[in-house]
Ligand binder design. Structure first.
Ligand SMILES: [Zn+2]
Length: 255
């Protein structure tokens, strides 16, 4: 590890504590960037030269931050994809309904937000199917994309996910916003790593009572106009997957 990274970690530790330090370390290492070379069964980013990008938000619906985020997205007139936690859909079905009414895409983020590789098959299936039904009841939409909590999966969890009719989706740009690194840093991290076909991972909710997504929301309000200025178009995740040369060649039967 370089001296620069080490000094940065120390200063973050002093200023913001361990959570921010771990966030910086994991952002620097960025295992998500290695994703595309792992397996083609999981979608990380679209292989395309077109300046398209997708925003995605995890861990909602949240009664405070999701409506505020929807207002920001409406103001900028861009679509996004929301990976909803089943038990929060159950608690706030009207917010899930509004996400759908605002024409955003909805994905499944399991019922309890547990570590998928640690769950036995039947529980895993239950986590996915219960959430699927709750989303359907609240929004009338059949979700087809699933983001594993904390981005953790194994071959087995991907098998179960596919057996439930879902594609496993991660993303390639993740600024670690739940670690509360500050609005400035969230903006900078996203702008630095976004390229044509990127899938950006952010959070509008969370699984603790103390969750605060103000930094993320302020950052989104700045990221969207800046990416537009750089020529990017915002699309839903399904549209981004359609842009992927690989899935295109599978769909058309080309080799
Ligand atoms: Zn999550």
């Amino acid at each position: 590890m370089g001296r620069r990274v080490w000094n940065k970690l120390l200063s973050l530790w002093e200023k913001h504590g361990w959570q921010s330090m771990l966030g910086h370390l994991s952002h620097t290492l960025a295992p998500e960037r290695l994703g595309p070379s792992l397996t083609e069964r999981i979608f990380w980013r679209a292989d395309t030269d077109e300046p398209v990008v997708a925003l995605s938000f995890d861990d909602g619906p949240h009664p405070t931050f999701t409506p505020r985020l929807l207002d920001i997205l409406a103001k900028h007139k861009v679509p996004a994809t929301f990976f909803l936690i089943g038990r929060y859909v159950k608690k706030h079905p009207h917010i899930a309904e509004r996400i759908a009414a605002d024409r955003h895409e909805i994905g499944n983020h399991t019922y309890h937000h547990r570590i998928m590789p640690l769950l036995p098959g039947r529980m895993l299936e239950h986590e996915i199917r219960t959430t699927h039904q709750l989303i359907l009841d609240a929004t009338g939409r059949e979700a087809q994309l699933l983001r594993p909590p904390m981005g953790l999966f194994t071959r087995r969890t991907v098998d179960v996910t596919e057996a439930c009719g879902y594609k496993t989706v991660v993303g390639d740009v993740y600024p670690r916003d739940p670690n509360l690194p500050g609005t400035e840093r969230i903006v900078r991290r996203v702008l630095r790593r976004t390229r044509p076909g990127s899938l950006i991972i952010l959070h509008d909710g969370g699984n603790t009572r103390m969750v605060d997504r103000s930094q993320t929301l302020t950052a989104v309000d700045r990221i969207i106009p800046e990416l537009k200025r750089r020529g990017y178009r915002f699309v839903t995740l399904s549209k981004l997957i359609e842009k992927d040369k690989l899935s295109e060649s599978i769909a058309t039967g080309d080799s």
